[in-house]
Design a protein around this ligand. Sequence first.
Ligand code: ATP
Length: 233
Amino acid sequence: MGYIEVKHCSKIYGSGETEVRANDDINFDIKQGELTIIVGASGAGKSTLLNILGGMDTPTKGEIVVNGKNIAVYNNRQLTTYRRHSVGFVFQFYNLVPNLTALENVELASQIAPTALDAQKTLQDVGLGSRESNFPAQLSGGEQQRVAIARAVAKNPELLLCDEPTGALDYKTGKSVLKLLEDFCHDNNKNVIIVTHNGMIKPMADHVIEIGDGRVRADYQNEQPTPVDQIEW
Ligand SMILES: Nc1ncnc2c1ncn2[C@@H]1O[C@H](COP(=O)(O)OP(=O)(O)OP(=O)(O)O)[C@@H](O)[C@H]1O
């Protein structure tokens, strides 16, 4: 049994002539502890799928079984609890609270999760211990993304969902951010899902799911993933 089992997941927007099948009968399983990369072109349906996995949206049809529970039938209150306790999010544009310091941003997340890690220590682990009193505007893009990762990781979630986490970063900074995500996954046996249009990073994944036009086009394991610091693109 997978940690995540997506069964016949469809998300349909609109109806009749304006109908858009953002996800169209998607099926896959993800095992505990996998670093999964979901890759596809713009408009393929990646963000829709990630939002459904994170309990921020619900599918029109299908089952989303996470750790044995079908979150597709959850009501709003159950989805809120699921998001708070089980999921960490990392977005392309960091989404930090601008008038809170780096440490306060991390504490914000750790305060709502029952098994949270120490916020200060988590910030140190992403290399930003000395910047805890800085506000987001005083940090570079890469540093802000590190704070966002610390914020997500400090919740100690079972599932870390990352939507184009390096989309706004330069090559070198993006690579170091991917290294943090890789380490979080493999050092803690956690589930990390990275959504990206950058197919060049597929070798770092344990599991690759390629999406096109709302459907799964390929689904395979890398028997020997390449550490991201050894990949050039
Ligand atoms: N709220 C919505 N209403 C109508 N159509 C939507 C809505 N959200 C997404 N779509 C459509 O669903 C399809 C998939 O969108 P989605 O954002 O999931 O793709 P994506 O692969 O994440 O793309 P990108 O890489 O550009 O973010 C697109 O055609 C999009 O226009």
